[in-house]
Design a protein around this ligand. Sequence first.
Ligand code: SF4
Ligand code: FES
Length: 253
Amino acid sequence: MSNAMITLEILRYNPERDEKPAFGRFEIPYDANWSLLDALSYIKDEVDSSLAYRWSCRMAVCGSCGMVVNGTPKLGCETFLRDFYPGTVKIEPLANFPIERDLIVDSEDFMQKLESVKPYIIDAMADTGKPKEIRHTHRQTPAQLMKYKQFSQCINCMLCYSACPQFGLNPLFTGPAVLALGHRYNLDSRDDGADQRTEVIQDKNGVWSCTFIGYCSEVCPKSVDPAAAIQQQKASGAQDWAFSFLMPRGSDQ
Ligand code: SF4
Ligand code: FES
């Protein structure tokens, strides 16, 4: 490590003690190989042990370390000091969520929204007593897998929620990652649950709340492209709506 130094400005907030969030300034040794998470660990170990932030895998898999870095939502473990040196790095908690402490935000609302979309395979014939072999096979062709694979790569990092101006305006908006996850299961050949997800997905606070700015897809570290998932669901919702006029219920009886 050289004698070079780099400055980090980190938003600090302890709701039990502070009236409002304020930036703390830290000058630390610069190492081109350090991720922001390494830099935060250095501060916690050597400078201020009260600094609070989330992390786990350190390899862009767990989705814990989302933060806003110089105005852009990013994963701390795959963003490096060298991308900013010799400039200052400004680190804030994810936008559009209540701050629990320093860089940690309250994700309870996101978790509830995840549950609301039934993010699991629903087998409509599971309770019929019919053997598995004549219900669904769990085998899929590569083509069937490719239909939903991209939307299954989400790590629940919530960067897309931090980037979404619509979620900032309307906290009831189900939001990009959850809608993409619902779409992922609807596209799965093993799943029969699309009807059970419609109420959430096609709601005014579901896909119809999205104004297609697309920043969610830009910041997504896993190229999930939640904006595309939402537009595809809008298209299928509109198709179902039009179809319901052509084929009203009971018209086949
Ligand atoms: S869609 Fe992308 S940005 Fe949003 S939570 Fe999933 S991985 Fe993160
Ligand atoms: S620590 Fe797991 S995604 Fe960054």
